[in-house]
Structure formats: C-alpha cells, structure tokens
Design a protein. Structure first.
Length: 440
C-alpha cells in the first residue's frame, strides 16, 4: 500500500453502509423494514386511520422492496445496465414508493371522508379546517377561552388550534367548497411537494462540481417522504410535513449561499408552527457568521410576526389561549400528546416530575446555547446537525410530546450530508472540522 493510500481519509461508517451495493443495500433495508412496520401498524394500531394506512402502505413498501431486489440482481449480472442501481433508477423507485405509501392512502382517505366516513382523518385535520373556516368568517382562526368553555366537554379539545395563524390557510379550501380535494391533507401534500422540489433543484449535482456522494440528496428526500414516520403522518394528519419541507428548503438555501431566501423559507414555516422557530434561530446565528444575520432574521422572524399581528389585533386573548396556554399545559383541557419518552415518564412517575423534566430541558437548551456561542455554525450541514440533535433532545425531554415529532430530527440528520456542497465556498475552519467529523 502506498503512503498516499495509507494516509487517505476513510469515509465514515454511515457512508460505507450507504455505498453498499451502490446504495441499493440500504434501500432494500429501508423499504423492507418499512413494509414490516406498515403491516404491524395495520394489524395492531388502535387508530382506524393508521390501520387503513398500514394496509395500503404495506403493499407499496413491499412493491418497492421487490423493485430494489430486481435492481440488485441486475446489478450482479449486468453492472453497466441503467437499471442496475443507478441514481436515476433509485429516484424512480423512491418516487413510486412515495406515491403508493403516502399519496395513495391520503387520496383514498380523503375520498372516503368526503363520501361520509367519519373515521378517515385525524383530529388535526379537523382542527385546521375549522380554523380556516373561522379565519374566513371572523378574521382569526382561534376561539377564545369563553367560547371553548361553552363547548360540550367532549368537544373542547377540538376547539383549540395550537398552531401559528398561517396553518389556517390549509383549511381555507374546505371552508370554500366541501369535497375530497379540499381536504387539508391534500394541500399539506401540495405544499410539501413544492418545497421539496425547490430544495432538490437547489441541491442537485452540478456537472463538473458534484457533491461528495451524488446519492446523498436521494437519501435525504427518502427521509422526508417515504420513511414511515413521514408517510404515515402525511396520509393521516399531515400538518408537520409542510413545516418540515420548508425547513429543509431553508437549509438548502443556506447550503447554496442564499441567506435571504433561507430566512424567507424558515419564516414561512414559522408562520405555520412553532417547531420551525428553533431552526430559524440557528439559521440567524449562521447568518451572523456571514454578515447576513439581518437578512436571515428579516424573513425568519418578520414573516411569523406579520402572520401574528392581524389575529393579535382581532382577539389577543384567543391567540394567547391557543398558542401559549394550551401547549404549555394551562388550557381548559390537557393535550393528548403523551408519548412514553423520558420527559413524559419523569413527569408522570417521579416526585415533582414536571419540574425535573423542565430542568433537564432547560439544561439541554443551555448546552446547545453554549455550543452555538463558542462555535457558531458556518455550514448548512452543521446547522442541520445542530437542529437534529437539539430537537431530538427537546422531543425526548418535553413532558407533552408525540412520537410523530421524531420526523424532524430524523429528516435533519439524513438531510445533512446532502448539504455538503464543495462548490459553495465555506469558511476554512468549519470546513476542516467537518472533514474531521466525516472521517470519524
């Protein structure tokens, strides 16, 4: 072995795994395990919408598994064939998978719901559509505390809209016309697809200046579309997917040196849901390292502020009740978001558990803040990783949370390698640190 070979950096274990069989080995594992998850969901879930999704998605994932198996067989016999696991062929399988495991169940449930089935949408779909109707009729998507208290006890939970005002826009089509294609999930899917297509166009490999691994973008798109946590969420509820897609678009803008557009993209996401606000904060800190902090902040926090201002003027008490009091556990009813993560288990089983969980959450936040102050992110890849680990810590430690929220850190983690773009100049210090990270 030559000295050059001995000292050449070796790819990280993740890249070695991802390169197995030209990426087809991991594709096969993803689709096969997802098929098993969907089948298990269809057989055991207590939610009718989830069981329906599982029965359809299992077939879609199994079909994708068979297609990848065929690609592996072709690759073994004819490695030069276009069907032998090339990136375009893998993109085709991923697109077919998303159509069958997310879009088809979504459409089917929407059509059945329009025909009269009342068990074909999760509660968040109803909440968003009701908020769209209220926005059209009253100028605010929120009910005040007195109006919520006047509802029957079993309906008070659905009276809350724990989203930012922009989310109500997805409910406007249903307020204007009652049919299957005005289901809020259809428009969640449209918004998700548009944001992801824009992100893919920004990050696509450039001839002569390719990314280190041209398939990293495909893997990132799989994480945002065909992974079960995303496909299930989009088909049955869906409100988190456009928020996630816009955050990924913001990271793509940052990775291609477009700080102003990064701020706008994450600002639109922040006008939909609070989950985008930590991402916006990290992006602003990144912008400061490029003397573009104000440009990022103008969109990142200006757009959510513009969305809040009209409803604040119409009924500020309703806004506070829905956006602050209810998520913090001080509403008239408790949030049903109680997945058995450490924060929930501590709050439920340890003396003064809520205070302990809150202290752990604050400690995690302070640790991230110290990291940002000492080593502010200088690349989009670093931003994505910080957001992934930060949101994962928050989701695990919050007393009130949902299993589905894991789609955010999972997508950010898998999206990060696609943001490693050599064609975009990066500050030398951070680029060197990323090199050490990738060789670990």
């Amino acid at each position: 072995m030559s000295n050059a070979d001995a000292t050449a950096p070796r790819p990280a274990w993740w890249h070695r795994l991802d390169a197995t069989g030209g990426g087809l080995g991991l594709d096969l594992g993803i689709y096969a395990s997802s098929a098993a998850f969907a089948a298990l969901t269809a057989a055991t879930s207590t939610l009718v919408t989830h069981r329906h999704w599982g029965s359809l998605a299992a077939v879609g994932y199994l079909t994708a598994t068979l297609l990848v198996t065929c690609q592996l067989l072709v690759r073994r016999r004819r490695p030069d064939s276009a069907l032998a696991g090339g990136v375009p062929a893998r993109w085709l399988v991923a697109s077919l998978a998303w159509s069958t495991v997310a879009l088809l169940p979504l459409t089917w449930q929407s059509i059945q719901r329009a025909a009269g089935r009342t068990d074909r949408a999760q509660e968040e779909v109803l909440v968003v559509e009701d908020s769209g109707r209220r926005l059209l009729e009253t100028g605010t998507p929120y009910l005040g505390p007195d109006a919520i208290a006047a509802l029957p006890a079993g309906e008070q939970l659905l009276g809350y809209t724990p989203y930012q005002p922009g989310m109500a826009l997805f409910g406007l089509p249903r307020a204007l016309h009652d049919t299957w294609w005005t289901d809020a999930r259809v428009w969640f899917a449209v918004g998700t697809a548009l944001a992801l297509v824009l992100a893919a166009r920004l990050l696509r490999p450039t001839p002569g200046l390719p990314a280190r691994n041209p398939a990293t973008l495909l893997r990132g798109m799989q994480a945002a579309t065909v992974f079960p946590v995303c496909a299930l969420t989009l088909a049955t509820g869906g409100d988190d997917l456009p928020v996630l897609a816009l955050c990924l678009l913001a990271l793509a803008c940052a990775g291609t040196a477009r700080p102003g557009w990064a701020g706008i993209a994450v600002g639109v996401a922040g006008a939909l849901k609070l989950f985008a606000w930590p991402v916006a904060l990290v992006l602003v800190i990144w912008g400061l390292t490029r003397r573009a902090g104000l440009r990022v902040a103008a969109g990142a926090f200006g757009l959510p502020a513009l969305a809040l201002l009209p409803v604040l003027l119409v009924d500020h008490e309703a806004l506070v009740e829905n956006v602050l009091r209810f998520p913090l556990g001080h509403g008239l009813v408790a949030s049903p978001a109680q997945s058995p993560f450490p924060g929930y288990l501590i709050a439920a089983n340890v003396p003064a558990g809520r205070a302990v969980a809150a202290a752990l959450l604050v400690a995690a936040g302070l640790a991230i803040a110290v990291r940002l102050a000492r080593r502010p992110p200088r690349t989009a890849e670093t931003i994505s990783l910080i957001c992934a680990y930060g949101l994962l810590a928050a989701i695990l430690l919050m007393p009130t949370t949902r299993f589905g929220y894991l789609l955010y850190p999972i997508a950010f983690l898998v999206w990060a390698p696609a943001l490693d773009l050599p064609r975009i100049g990066q500050p030398a210090g951070e680029e060197a640190r990323q090199g050490v990270h990738l060789r670990a």
